[in-house]
Ligand binder design. Structure first.
Ligand code: 1GP
Length: 245
């Protein structure tokens, strides 16, 4: 139990990189070549999830991914139908930037029997949505507003509240496909006030943005859209100079 989390804590100095796979966009036959690319890239984790999964494809997608990789597969759930016993861990996300009770605690209660049955490594995660220049799926689905990048004090206090509530990770989210990623000054301010690992994601499209996030204090960066659009992005950009393993 907690192997994935222990590994994140012990390896975070090396800067971790998660590739996000959204089951809604995946055909099973596309997975093997995609995972091959990920295996030979700097990625250290595979996250699986999306704001919605209308056809409940997550379990099948994770089973297929697991056939082709030894990397830890972590569920990054948008809803309770994305819990799968085939994964290695689950980010138990509470959307603490918002005030929608369903995404703060409601769905969590509903998910408990499934989580217990699956025997997953559960990682309580403070999930904080921050403006990324466009309306994100998280904003649409959760019906919550992102925190303004101009209000760094509130972002820092929100992250710290997550830590003080006992959460094990903070995830700063600009939203999938964000116009711009989380600004460095936001990452730096949160990191300077935090004692738990910090994940940053949303809108990271270039090696420069990736390195800037690490430089500012991200322990792990999540990349989804850039990889979906070009599975060679790691060869051409992210893999250069990135020594992660
Ligand atoms: C979304 O943070 C992740 O939840 C990744 O975002 O798709 O913009 O890389 P992108």
């Amino acid at each position: 139990m907690q192997e994935v989390y222990k590994n994140i804590v012990s390896e975070k100095e090396n800067k971790l990189l998660a590739v996000l796979i959204d089951p809604e966009n995946e055909h099973l036959w596309q997975i093997a070549p995609k995972i091959k690319k990920i295996n030979s890239s700097a990625a250290t984790h595979i996250f699986v999830g999306g704001s919605t999964d209308p056809d409940s494809r997550t379990d099948a997608v994770i089973k297929e991914i697991k056939k082709h990789t030894a990397l830890p597969v972590v569920i990054f759930p948008g809803d309770t139908n994305q819990i799968s016993a085939s994964a290695d861990a689950l980010l138990f996300l509470s959307l603490i930037s918002g005030r929608n009770p369903d995404y703060l605690i409601g769905k969590h209660v509903t998910a408990v029997p499934k989580i217990i049955e699956a025997g997953l490594d559960v990682i309580p995660t403070a999930y904080i949505l921050i403006e990324g220049g466009s309306v994100s799926a998280v904003e649409r689905v959760s019906k919550t507003k992102p925190l303004s990048i101009n209000n760094i004090e509130t972002i820092v206090k929100t992250a710290k509240a997550g830590e003080l509530l006992g959460m094990n990770l903070v995830y700063l989210e600009a939203g999938s496909g964000a116009s711009f990623p989380i600004p460095e000054e936001v990452i730096r301010a949160v990191k300077n006030n935090l004692n738990i690992p910090l994940i940053v994601g949303g809108g990271v499209k270039t090696k420069e943005q990736l390195e800037a996030a690490y430089e500012a204090g991200a322990d792990m960066v999540v990349v989804g859209t850039a990889f979906e659009q070009n599975t060679s992005v790691f060869e051409t950009q992210l893999n250069q100079k990135m020594i992660i393993k």
